[in-house]
Design a protein around this ligand. Structure first.
Ligand code: FAD
Length: 761
């Protein structure tokens, strides 16, 4: 990694000829967005993945179907079945929530079993797990306690270990990695400041290179950081700061040979207890309790060896962060969101059948089924994306646009799913206590939306802004040629783009007329799913053309048109999610019983894409083109819709996939930690659900007798069961089953109560 501080145009003679004239015109008209140095580093980080096909307007299903969709290795699965389950059983979730304290016993177990070093290679004492495994562990732990899971999350995401692993000197690897793996050093990551949140690169934290009295060159740090997760208890902080070398002691020169004093953003390793460095205060984040607080530093002196990567790493901090975030955004936050979605799926399907009102399970009522179906399908689709994207990252791809989109959509839809689950549980969802299943995660929902790129900015600026330049087949090449003043490269890219547009317009028109029929269906996929491939190909073609048109007619203005950009992000994200769901369906062997989930997912996703397109057409902010898009385009779009969303019939089928305690319910809920059946909350609910499912044939006998008027009408309560037994409608074993189910269902719907001395703090 090398830094360039010089504008190439400043050292080159001015280009001449027709291409150069067009270049000058394009620059003057602002056709292409200007890119700042920090944006450039973000753009250059990572890779273009299958997301590039969508921006090119040509969904490449052959490539999609060749993507990995991995499983955990035997070693990783054994860790999940062993230490992870053990830890879940050990964690006193409600107690942590109340006391805000993660006990020494829990922390000791986390450290002893290697949870803190999952990403650290085995040769350094870590577990050397894949990202898929790390994400799966985080997904499970977050369901039980965000507070305890936070230790594992921070240690295994963007903090010291990840950065040292990739950029550290050998001495740093040898010293820090074993200590981080064992948990001897608890890390935290220090980027955010009061004045630098979303605009993190504008940080004021500074490091000044100076020669100390002992003659050794060192760094003096001054900083005020806030929102540091694990900050109050961390032993090792990765501090991001602006590094200055006023005395040119590092000997850095630019391309012209001039000494450089503004070195740039640098990541420095900072030990707890270093004079001038104070930590220990707590913020009180909303939701499930976890440790978070500010860090203060005044003239904190550290060695140059504390720079990640040593002196060579000075000034490369932003690039390091962007490169690791390119994949990293797809790991911990989506795993946390999935924790909520998994719990919502398990609990809502079960609760909807265990809870009875109006003499029937609430789950058979349309309004409830609608929510259950939404939760089930979104979980199916989001889990597909989690596994698909983690697998790609494990294969060496780092797709920043997809990672950002996955972080955004998983935290958004995860929140919607948990809220839908709370609606279904109504009072039982609202009353807090150890029996409440979703409440603690519900209160944590805003956290996921805030960290690692707040949702609004990610939707309205980052995802499409980066994608349109980075993933588009020609945009970045043209921008680079314009910046470097390279007429030949510019001409080739521009001609390529023109050809791409011409071919694309024809293809989009054809797909429009034929409703995607010539879009290309990958060989051998399930026939019932052909319609989704067709309509996705059609949607992608339109998306690609709209992107070309946006770049041509709005260009640099796109950066500030956040609402429009946000709709493009929506269209892109839902297409990608539908693709991931299709990949999952194929890779899991086309399970027919899961078809309703796939169908709901695709119809829902295509409906959202349609809505996004309608919004884009209605708000196209360019003269002439905008008028035609509003007056003609929008009407055509509505007449020829991609989808009207899942039908009521499909919705009921999708709801039913989790409303019976059977193989499918257990399989779809493999990502959920099932506590033992005596445990308050989910444990008791699962017991009630199992017994409810077992007693359905017996209940059917009672209902039949009621219809025949040989048994009085009433809900299935003990007195009625006794009457049914006395009347010979059911036998004694069946009566016992109903009594057991009734008791379990009563236990499962019980909410917590507190004595005044427990309630008032
Ligand atoms: C619980 C928690 C834990 C955290 N842990 C850490 C940690 O361990 N280490 C660390 O360094 N940081 C951490 N953070 C900081 C987190 O990454 C920041 O909160 C985040 O970057 C947003 O900064 P901000 O809260 O200051 O919001 P602001 O930057 O003030 O943003 C406010 C709103 O404006 C929007 N916005 C800003 N710019 C734009 C734009 N250009 N276009 C559109 N919308 C925009 C944002 O989306 C947001 O909705 C944590 C935060 C929280 C809440």
């Amino acid at each position: 990694m090398k830094q360039t501080n010089v504008d190439p145009r400043a050292v080159k003679p001015r280009a001449r000829g027709p291409s150069a004239a067009v270049m000058r015109l394009m620059r003057k008209m602002g056709v292409m967005p200007k890119i700042s140095p920090t944006e450039r580093q973000a753009l250059e980080a990572g890779h273009v993945w299958i997301d590039g096909d969508l921006f090119a307007g040509k969904a490449n299903f052959k490539s999609l179907m060749s993507q990995p969709y991995n499983k955990l290795s035997d070693r990783e699965q054994a860790f999940l079945d062993g230490p992870v389950m053990e830890l879940c059983r050990l964690i006193p979730a409600w107690e942590i929530n109340q006391t805000r304290h993660v006990s020494d016993e829990v922390l000791a177990f986390i450290k002893a079993k290697g949870f803190m070093g999952m990403l650290i290679p085995q040769e350094y004492g870590g577990l050397g797990f894949s990202w898929l495994a790390i994400s799966t562990v985080l997904q499970t732990l977050n369901q039980v306690s965000v507070g305890a899971a936070t230790f594992v999350t921070i240690a295994n995401s963007l903090s010291a270990a990840e950065l040292i692993k990739h950029y550290g000197t050998q001495a740093q690897k040898d010293f820090y990695l074993p200590r981080l793996a064992s948990g001897e050093m608890v890390p935290c990551f220090g980027l955010t400041e009061p004045k630098a949140g979303s605009d993190a690169a504008s940080m004021e934290a500074s490091g000044h290179v100076f020669r100390d009295n002992d003659g050794v060159v060192k760094i003096s740090l001054n900083f005020e950081k806030r929102y540091m997760t694990l900050g109050p208890v961390a032993d090792l902080t990765t501090l991001a700061c602006q590094l200055f070398d006023p005395g040119h002691l590092l000997g850095r020169v630019d391309e012209k040979g001039q000494p450089v004093s503004d070195i740039g953003i640098t990541c420095v390793l900072l030990h707890k207890g270093t004079p001038g460095f104070t930590s220990g205060e707590h913020h009180m984040p909303i939701g499930d309790a976890f440790y978070n607080g500010p860090l203060h530093g005044k003239e904190v002196v550290v060695s140059l060896d504390n720079i990640i990567g040593g002196v060579e790493g000075a000034g490369l901090g932003w690039r390091m962060l962007m490169e690791q975030l390119a994949g990293g955004r797809a790991i911990s936050l989506p795993a946390g969101a999935m924790a909520g979605m998994n719990l919502a799926t398990t609990a809502t399907g079960a609760y909807s059948m265990v809870r009875r009102q109006f003499n029937m399970p609430i789950g058979v009522m349309d309004g409830i089924a609608e929510k259950v179906a939404f939760i089930n399908a979104m979980t199916y689709m989001m889990e597909a994306a989690r596994v698909g994207v983690c697998s790609a990252i494990d294969d060496g791809v780092k797709p920043p646009v997809t990672s950002g989109a996955l972080k955004l959509i998983s935290t958004e839809v995860g929140a919607q799913a948990v809220i839908a689950g709370m609606d279904v549980m109504a009072g039982a969802g609202v009353m807090q206590g150890p029996s409440n299943i979703l409440g603690r995660l519900y209160t944590s929902l805003p956290v996921g939306k805030t960290v690692e790129g707040a949702s609004i900015m990610t939707r309205t600026m980052l995802t499409y802004g980066q994608g349109a330049v980075r993933c588009h087949p020609y945009a970045l090449r043209i921008v680079k040629a314009l910046e470097a003043d390279e007429p030949a490269a510019f001409r080739n890219s521009l001609l390529g783009w023109v050809g791409h547009i011409v071919l694309g317009v024809g293809r989009t028109a054809r797909l429009d007329v034929l409703r995607g029929r010539t879009g290309g269906i990958p060989a051998g996929v399930a026939p019932q799913t052909h319609t989704y491939y067709r309509r996705l190909a059609w949607a992608a073609a339109r998306f690609g053309k709209l992107t070309d048109l946006a770049l041509l007619t709005m260009g640099a203005k796109l950066k500030v048109l956040g609402m429009l950009s946000g709709r493009f992000t929506d269209a892109f994200t839902w297409m990608l999610l539908a693709e991931m769901a299709l990949l999952r369906f194929e890779r899991e062997g086309r399970r027919q019983e899961d078809l309703p989930l796939l169908a709901y997912s695709c119809e829902y996703a295509l409906q959202r894409v349609q809505e996004a397109f309608e919004g884009i057409y209605s708000n196209w902010d360019a003269p002439v083109v905008g008028f035609f898009m509003r007056a003609v385009g929008k009407q055509m779009l509505r007449l020829n819709s991609l989808s009207h969303g899942p039908s009521d019939k499909l919705t009921k089928k999708a709801a039913a996939t989790t409303q019976t305690y059977n193989e499918q319910f257990l399989r779809l809920n493999e990502g959920t930690f099932f506590p033992s059946e005596d445990k308050l909350g989910l444990g008791r609910l699962l017991k009630a659900f199992r017994l409810e499912t077992e007693s359905r044939p017996v209940i059917a006998k009672i209902v039949k007798a009621q219809k025949a008027k040989t048994l009085r009408r009433s809900d299935i309560r003990p007195a009625l069961v006794n009457d049914a037994l006395a009347g010979g409608v059911i036998d004694s074993a069946e009566a016992q089953l109903l009594h057991d189910a009734y008791q379990a269902m009563s236990d499962a719907i019980t909410v917590d109560t507190f004595e005044p001395d427990q309630y008032f703090l």
